[in-house]
Design a protein around this ligand. Structure first.
Ligand code: ADP
Ligand code: ASP
Ligand code: MG
Length: 466
């Protein structure tokens, strides 16, 4: 019986958090024959080590070495304080290991500043250092508590492609590497404490799985080790009816289907990385989300299909910093393959499209992209449709910046008439203007696009319906 447990940034964010995490690991694993732990970089709110590393690198690329140095000092301070408080025998050794990473961070930032260029590959080497430091501290602390544990860099386990910053795992290669490296430890009852977030490509170069990717690391290792369950330990009581930072009385949801939680994660519920679900669904591995700081709470269990589908809306999420791009024109009806060409042009920019809505009577297609990408997307569309624009078959290609997507999720919405009506009425009553609407064919979610400054009101007014 194998359990994979992932501890997020706040769960290892301080000496006290690491102590609580260590107790949870030891207590939980008493009932399991094998346990693997994945840990994120230290991340006590609002200071996340990963952010300090990446922002330092971005600043260095602009020639601002001062910020990189300040961040390095802060990273040193955070880790040093934790090491001093937690460790005795291994204090010096772990401090030295951590300092080597921070020194390396500083010299990489210097190189970046000299070159004036920051490649995705360099960003992954820099951004993944937080995990490499935190697992060393946690494993040493466990050992000092008399629990055999070993820190492992996932570069030794998770084989990925070379798509830096958003790498995808090669499951067969990962299984082979993981079995070879982890199985002997499990056989000796040593708990592997593995870095989340990172992997390495076939050349051994460090990659990352995308921001928030430690959840995905846990699911990947769960799959390749044939785990019975994957547990995600975080700082809230599981998946909630909405982000508790937006609505005070957000409630924990005891059970959700993979489908529901995938929609939530995809549309902005940060509590789970959207790629976490697939390895679990495909291998029938139940996924639990629990609170490190309130471990008695049952949290949320994610199951293949919810048996009780009553109740309509389960949760509401939002994503900010988006742009709504509209391609519009009276002559569009006559142009073959317009949608294919539109999204083909977007694909050349490498940007993801979260939502698409098409109105045939108005002859327009609109979709969202991250705000930061709106200019390159519009440029790509202008060049794809130069002829159509000249002929006035397409009248305009426009970006509406500063919008949010609000998504309402619940498998029970299917077959429950009037849910959409209630959502739109709630938004209307709060004075929120809906710019675009899209409904998934699964009827598991409805998304609306609103002005970003109305997004909090929109979430709050919909949450009042739950
Ligand atoms: P970790 O470091 O443990 O991975 P994250 O910060 O990535 O933690 O994710 C947990 C946070 O996600 C919560 O503190 C909460 O603010 C946010 N969040 C957003 N939407 C939801 C939701 N629907 N349910 C629970 N948490 C949510
Ligand atoms: N530390 C990484 C991040 O901040 C990965 C994670 O927390 O899941 O994105
Ligand atoms: Mg997270």
């Amino acid at each position: 019986m194998t359990l994979v447990m992932k501890f997020g940034g706040t769960s290892v964010g301080s000496a006290q958090a690491m102590r609580e995490t260590a107790v949870l690991i030891t207590n939980t694993l008493k009932s399991w024959s094998n346990g693997i732990v994945i840990a994120s970089a230290m991340g006590s709110k609002p200071v996340k080590v990963t952010d300090l590393l990446l922002n330092g690198a971005y600043a260095a690329a602009k020639g601002d070495l001062e910020t990189a140095r300040t961040n390095a000092a802060l990273i040193r301070e955070i880790h040093q304080a934790t090491i001093n408080e937690l460790l005795t025998n291994e204090q010096d050794a772990i401090r030295e290991e951590n300092n080597t990473f921070i020194d390396h961070f500083e010299s990489l930032c210097q190189a970046v500043a000299v070159l004036g260029e920051l490649s995705p590959r360099a960003l992954d080497t820099i951004g993944g250092m937080g995990e490499r430091m935190s697992v060393r501290i946690l494993a040493a602390y466990m050992r000092e508590q008399g629990v055999p544990a070993e820190a492992i860099d996932a570069t030794e386990l998770i084989l990925t492609d070379s798509r830096f910053q958003d790498a995808s795992p090669d499951f067969a290669g990962t299984k082979e590497q993981t079995e070879a490296r982890i199985r002997p430890l499990l056989d000796q009852n040593i708990i592997p404490i593995v870095t989340g977030f990172i992997g390495a490509d076939a050349n051994g170069v460090q990659t990352t799985l995308g921001r928030g990717g430690s959840d995905f690391s846990a699911a990947i290792l769960g799959q390749v080790l044939g785990a019975e369950e994957v547990w995600i330990w975080t700082d809230v009581d599981g998946v909630m009816t909405t982000d508790p930072r937006i609505v005070d009385n957000a409630r924990s949801i005891p059970e959700l289907s993979f489908r529901e939680v995938s929609e939530l994660a995809y549309y902005g519920a940060r509590v789970l990385h959207p790629k976490t679900m697939r390895p679990c669904v495909e291998n029938n591995i139940p996924l639990r989300i629990k609170n490190t700081f309130n471990p008695e709470h049952p949290g949320t269990v994610i199951v293949p299909k919810r048996t009780n589908q009553n109740g309509g809306i389960k949760a509401v999420t939002s994503i900010k910093d988006l742009s709504l791009i509209t391609v519009e024109g009276k002559g569009m009806l006559g142009i073959p393959g317009i949608a294919a060409r539109t999204f083909g042009a977007v694909a050349t920019t490498g940007q993801s499209v979260l939502l698409i809505s098409q109105a045939s009577s108005e002859q327009s297609i609109c979709f969202t992209t991250p705000s930061s990408a709106s200019k390159i997307v519009v440029d790509a569309l202008n060049s794809e449709f130069t002829k159509e624009l000249a002929r006035r078959d397409i009248d305009s290609i426009q970006a509406h910046n500063g919008v949010s997507i609000i998504t309402v999720v619940g498998a029970g919405m299917r077959g429950l008439p009037g849910v959409a009506g209630k959502v739109f009425t709630a938004l209307g009553d709060s004075g929120v203007n809906i710019i675009a609407i899209a409904q998934g064919s699964s009827e598991c979610s409805i998304s609306v696009v609103v002005e970003e400054q109305e997004s909090v009101t929109a979430v709050q007014s919909i949450h009042a319906l739950i």
